[in-house]
Design a protein around this ligand. Structure first.
Ligand SMILES: Cc1ncc(C[n+]2csc(CCOP(=O)(O)OP(=O)(O)O)c2C)c(N)n1
Ligand SMILES: [Mg+2]
Length: 440
């Protein structure tokens, strides 16, 4: 059965008399499996297996490993920012939202340029850009509610930006100073904000995915009008956690969006060495999950798909998988040189011809909502704010050494007391090997 908005949905019988300590019973499993058995099948040649009725066949057919046709990619705008056909999807975004989206896409792009330069100047230890993926970041954020809980990978700072994380807050985290919410204990780009419902970035790939299912289950138990939204890259789908999370979410029928940014690369590993399936979207139905493939460089398509998926996830209490096709235009991080493993032409093509920010700008301009003067003013103002944020963050004192050991245990256990003592002795013996700006 084709899936989409026209799909016949049964209202979910979620909130009955079930007490909160009981596991919610499945309401969808049977109906989901039923369509696989059709009237054309001979009743005598079928059997009720646990899990659904299955017909028999005398033909020995192996399911093909490759689809007859690849899953098409949903888009609204073409590469020049022209609507493919006149549709409601274009009208869904008002002038106010469109201009705000464009402002944040430019801000994100400039944030990357300025912070990347600061790392090259030796002022930051590490940085990682989102270049090429601005539309996925900003358009998905715009389509969500701030009540939705975000469990990010690391290339999605645009969601935080959209929700109001200031350039100063970004800079404070990058410099690991006293104003950083993580007290300098994480590497740069590991942002997080309680206030903005954005769970702190965690380095080990895909760990956020099963955690997000737990979050979604808790939202379901609390009957919240919100969903969990988790992001991952194409590379992360090779982790067992990705598959465990999809299965867990489908079986538990939880309100969650899995947004996979398929940007072609996992550091130097291309997707051909990552999986043999038609990308990621086809993995959703295998787990019994509604799924869509979308052009990740088309802000309007991302907005429309996420907006609809969110509604499905919450009103029907179900997971949805979104594969956004895009390209990582920057190096993986400041520890990488991607020209060593991919052609410069390929990078240039995506940077210029398929640039998501330029494409969205064309559409906004054609609507008469943006001008060259506004562009200049925006860029000047954001640059000033960024340079100011860096200057301030650099001067703020670093967190104290004792903070390395606090905030996990109420009373420091003996092994950590011992480690702290040893660290202090070592710093005293070899002060030249430790940063001099950390108060002891
Ligand atoms: C469990 C684990 N294995 C390996 C790494 C090292 N690593 C960091 S990022 C990365 C590539 C991830 O690629 P992808 O998920 O496609 O995200 P992208 O960087 O393309 O946005 C790898 C292998 C890690 N952080 N965690
Ligand atoms: Mg990738």
């Amino acid at each position: 059965m084709a899936v989409g908005e026209s799909c016949p949905h049964k209202p979910h019988a979620l909130f009955g008399t079930v007490r909160s300590f009981l596991r919610y019973k499945s309401t969808e499993a049977q109906s989901q499996l039923e369509p696989q058995y059709t009237d054309e099948d001979d009743d005598d040649q079928a059997i009720d297996f646990p899990g659904g009725r299955v017909s028999f066949t005398s033909e020995m057919t192996f399911m093909c490993e490759t689809p007859v046709k690849r899953v098409p990619c949903f888009r609204v705008l073409d590469d020049n920012g022209e609507p493919i056909i006149y549709s409601n999807y274009e009208q869904q975004v008002s002038k106010e939202v469109a201009v705000k989206m464009y402002n944040y896409m430019v801000t994100l792009q400039m944030m990357d340029t300025v912070f990347y330069e600061a790392q090259r100047q030796g002022r930051l230890s590490f940085y990682l850009t989102t270049l090429g993926e601005e539309a996925i970041n900003i358009a998905s954020a715009a389509a969500l509610s701030t009540d939705d809980l975000i469990l990010p990978q690391y290339r999605e700072p645009g969601i935080l930006l959209w929700r109001g994380f200031t350039l100063q807050e970004f800079a404070d985290q990058l410099f690991g100073n006293q104003d950083d919410y993580g007290k300098g204990r994480q590497m740069p780009i590991h942002y997080g904000s309680n206030k903005l419902n954005y769970i702190t970035v965690s380095s080990p790939l895909a760990t956020q995915l099963p955690q997000a299912v737990g979050v979604a289950y808790s939202l379901k138990m609390d009957r919240k009008d919100a969903c969990a939204v988790t992001y991952c890259g194409d590379g992360s789908t090779s982790e067992g956690d990705f598959h465990a999370a999809l299965n867990f979410a489908a079986v538990m029928e939880v309100p969650i969006l899995f947004i996979c940014r398929n940007n072609g690369w996992a550091i130097s590993t291309p997707t051909e060495e990552q999986f043999r399936s038609d990308g990621i979207v086809v993995k959703g139905p295998a787990y019994g999950m509604r799924s869509i493939r979308v052009d990740g460089n088309d802000a309007l398509a991302v907005y429309a798909a996420i907006h609809t998926a969110r509604r499905m996830a919450i009103s029907e209490q179900r997971p949805v998988l979104i594969e956004a096709l895009t390209y990582r235009v920057g190096h993986h991080s400041t520890s990488d040189d991607s020209t060593k493993y991919r052609p410069v032409d390929e990078i240039e093509y995506w940077k210029m011809a398929r640039n998501p920010v330029n494409r969205f700008r064309s559409w906004v301009e054609k609507n008469g909502w943006w001008s060259d003067e506004e562009e200049l003013e925006l860029r000047n103002s954001v640059k000033k704010q960024l340079l100011q944020a860096i200057q301030v963050a650099e001067k703020v004192q670093k967190p104290e050494l004792a903070d390395l050991f606090s905030d996990v245990y109420d009373n420091l256990p003996s092994n950590l007391c011992e480690q702290e003592k040893l660290l202090r002795e070592t710093i005293k013996k070899h002060p030249q090997d430790f940063p001099s700006d950390v108060p002891l």
